[in-house]
Ligand binder design. Structure first.
Ligand code: IPE
Ligand code: IPE
Ligand code: MG
Length: 246
């Protein structure tokens, strides 16, 4: 489908991925889980490039590490962090050239995050901050509930300081306090690996999102798979509570 046609039919401004199934992909091949993560990270670049440049999607969010993933063995966590750093370091220059701005959403104040990981993250954010053609939002140490707690705390402080009063609290204000207040709500969330749950991902932002679940493990997620997920999205009728004759 032509880009213009694609966006005109059912506009898609913000697409989120829960990349899942790296471990099972590896297990199926009798490989260690780390190899699954490695293979998974290899898929990211082509997929987001296609979202941005083939389908004209302005913003893509990718769930890379949840607040619950700290429950995994330390070696696996370390592998995930290393792969994230390698990903940023390898691609930052190209992102910059293509006008892709990186956002990282999550609790970056968490003391458990190693200093060098934080350094790579802030470098990636800083190096690409002038980008305005597309937004790549990396959900890292992200939890939807934790995000809402942060929003509550920040708004409470503003109320206590007299900056705002209770009647000023509305949906827009809440959105402004989310990690990525500059990005629109999620239009479509794709989760790979056959799991059909949110796992604490973007609870507020997905209020009216469409969901596509595919059995495909993330390392097997090809452009063809992406196209088939986007086709499903195109066939949905988004009504937002209203009535549409389609
Ligand atoms: C997703 O793959 C990657 C992260 C959670 C970072 P998993 O590691 O969850 O893979 P499965 O679900 O165990 O197969
Ligand atoms: C969600 O996947 C987190 C990320 C993809 C980063 P998980 O594999 O951690 O989710 P559960 O444990 O199956 O719900
Ligand atoms: Mg998983």
């Amino acid at each position: 489908m032509e880009l213009q046609q694609f966006q005109a039919k059912t506009p898609l401004k913000h697409l989120a991925f829960i990349m899942d199934g790296n471990g099972r992909w590896a297990k199926k091949r009798l490989l260690p889980r780390s190899m699954g993560h490695k293979a998974g990270v290899k898929r990211i670049k082509e997929i987001i490039d296609s979202c941005f440049f083939d389908y004209g999607i302005k913003a893509v969010s990718l769930f890379t590490f949840s607040t619950e993933n700290w429950n995994r063995p330390p070696e696996e966590i370390q592998t995930l962090f290393q792969l994230l750093q390698d990903f940023f370091k390898t691609n930052i220059q190209e992102f910059k050239e293509k006008g892709i701005r990186i956002f990282v959403s999550g609790d970056l104040k968490d003391q458990r995050i190693p200093a060098d990981v934080l350094e790579t993250i802030s470098e990636a954010i800083d190096e690409t901050k002038a980008g305005d053609s597309h937004y790549f939002n990396v959900l890292f140490n992200y939890g939807g509930r934790k995000e809402l707690v942060k929003v509550c705390k920040e708004i409470s402080v503003d109320v206590l300081n007299g900056k705002i009063s209770i009647p000023d609290i509305n949906e827009n204000l809440i959105s402004e306090h989310l990690y990525f207040s500059k990005l629109p709500d999620i239009d479509l969330l794709i989760r790979t690996s056959g799991e059909e749950r949110l796992s604490n991902c973007l609870l507020y932002e997905c209020a009216y999102a469409e969901f596509v679940f595919t059995p495909c493990y993330w390392p097997d997620f090809t452009l063809k798979e992406l196209s088939s997920c986007l086709e499903q999205y195109q066939s949905r009728s988004r009504r937002f509570g209203a009535i549409k004759n389609d």
